[in-house]
Design a protein around this ligand. Structure first.
Ligand SMILES: Cc1cc2nc3c(=O)[nH]c(=O)nc-3n(C[C@H](O)[C@H](O)[C@H](O)COP(=O)(O)OP(=O)(O)OC[C@H]3O[C@@H](n4cnc5c(N)ncnc54)[C@H](O)[C@@H]3O)c2cc1C
Length: 397
């Protein structure tokens, strides 16, 4: 039981706690990898090499990827392979959210495969105390073209109508299995030109499966100008219809793509005008969800120290139960260990998003991880500086 009078304190600068799960050797390997990823030109070459290796099926390069960047950011090639990662995280008081790495599929057989893989992950989660949730992407369950058409409310032809029925059935099968097995299902947010259609579907699933417990969680991208209002509107609708809202809060991953498309097609950019605006709405969303935690299950999915501290502070100041299932934090596997393991040590519900899948399936995910922050101001240099501090503390350099 948590001691509410003397809750454990929280310090994201504490590298001893952050890297207690890594041996000296592992820490050195991680530092070498992050040093390489800190070089944008190398990341560019590495990304092209990775894609070529996959196309040409070069076993040597695939092995190199598997022993370096894959090992850092991915839980394993299949579910069974992830168990070691899941157990290791749990030994360090951290939960796992499983995420099958397939993206942008279009063949019916591939879309069915993503459904089956997600259902299998839910079944594994149900038999595993340390896996409260599984994550999925709607673009893994339907063609992008169909989602774009639905987004614009365009008339579907009969083949598309059939595809829509299949999408609905796949998503419903996943949510139903999650509900029956008492596992949460997190649905990612994606590009704005498909998101209206996705939100509609996820709201329908929430209305069906979130009456007695939050099973289905939508994702709200606060880098969008309209999403704080939309969060409140979804909460109000949930209240009116007698179900609870599941809200994973993110800033958002597709900023450049969004701005480019808005400019090319001449519509207003949906992305906030400045980073400060994104930060303001993200933090307001945290405040809103924590305040309404009895009817909103929320998850602060972020590597931003201030936002994570804000949620932790709100929970502590209001003396809410740090272990309440509606109050959660989550970071990507292999990143921001200073946030995850310090939150875990202080008794908060924290999980790592653990992607898994064959090397060829997770390559686009790995390239995003390496590219998104290979600049000096990005996450990678933040990561590297924490790792170097810990190496110094251990006398390793
Ligand atoms: C567990 C987890 C799950 C995730 N799931 C999703 C998902 O389903 N969908 C999705 O889109 N993303 C998702 N993300 C990715 C997430 O959106 C990015 O990791 C996130 O945007 C990085 O922001 P941050 O909160 O870590 O903080 P920071 O590093 O402080 O913020 C960086 C972010 O701020 C925003 N930003 C930067 N510059 C500007 C600017 N000039 N104007 C406006 N905004 C700006 C961008 O969103 C940028 O990514 C997830 C992340 C995590 C940790």
């Amino acid at each position: 039981m948590e001691d509410k009078e003397n809750p454990p304190s929280l310090d994201f600068q504490n590298t001893q706690i952050a890297y207690a799960h890594k041996t000296d050797q592992e820490l050195k390997e991680t530092s070498r990898l992050f040093t390489l990823m800190n070089k944008p030109s190398l990341v560019g070459i590495g990304s092209n090499l990775g894609l070529t290796a996959i196309k040409l099926q070069f076993p040597l390069i695939q092995r190199l990827i598997k022993n370096t960047i894959f090992k850092q950011f991915v839980g394993g090639t299949n579910l069974l392979d992830c168990q070691k990662t899941i157990d290791h995280l749990y030994q360090n008081k951290t939960l796992t959210i499983l995420d099958y790495g397939a993206e942008s599929k279009s063949e019916e057989a591939d879309l069915d495969h993503v459904r089956d893989e997600t259902v299998r992950a839910i079944q594994l989660a149900a038999s595993n105390n340390s896996v409260p949730a599984v994550s999925t992407k709607i673009t893994g369950l339907a063609k992008n073209e169909l989602l774009e058409k639905l987004n614009k409310d365009e008339q579907l032809n009969s083949a598309e109508e059939h595809e829509f029925q299949k999408l609905y059935q796949r998503l419903n099968a996943i949510c139903e299995e999650a509900y029956n097995l008492k596992v949460s299902i997190f649905i990612d947010a994606e590009e704005s030109w498909m998101q209206i259609a996705m939100d509609r579907l996820v709201n329908e699933m929430m209305a069906q499966y979130n009456k007695d417990k939050v099973t289905v969680w939508n994702t709200f991208q606060l880098y969008r100008k309209d999403k704080l209002d939309f969060l409140k509107e979804c909460h109000q609708n949930a209240m009116d219809q007698g179900y609870m809202l599941g809200a994973k809060l993110v800033r958002g991953a597709y900023m450049d793509k969004e701005s480019l498309r808005a400019e090319q097609e001449g519509y207003p950019n949906p992305i906030q005008d400045t980073k400060d605006d994104s930060d303001r709405d993200f933090n307001l969303a945290i405040g809103y969800c924590v305040t309404h935690y009895e009817t909103i299950g929320s998850c602060c999915a972020s590597h931003n120290a201030e936002s994570n501290l804000l949620q932790a502070r709100l929970i502590a100041e209001n003396q809410y139960d740090r272990r309440h299932p509606h109050l959660n934090f989550c970071q990507l596997y292999g990143m921001s260990d200073n946030i995850t393991f310090n939150l875990a040590q202080a008794g908060y519900n924290v999980a790592k998003y653990v992607p898994y899948g064959p090397v060829k399936e997770v390559i686009p995910y790995l390239i995003r991880r390496a590219k998104e922050n290979s600049s000096v101001t990005g996450d990678m240099s933040r990561e590297l500086s924490f790792i170097l501090t810990e190496m110094k503390r251990r006398g390793l350099k």
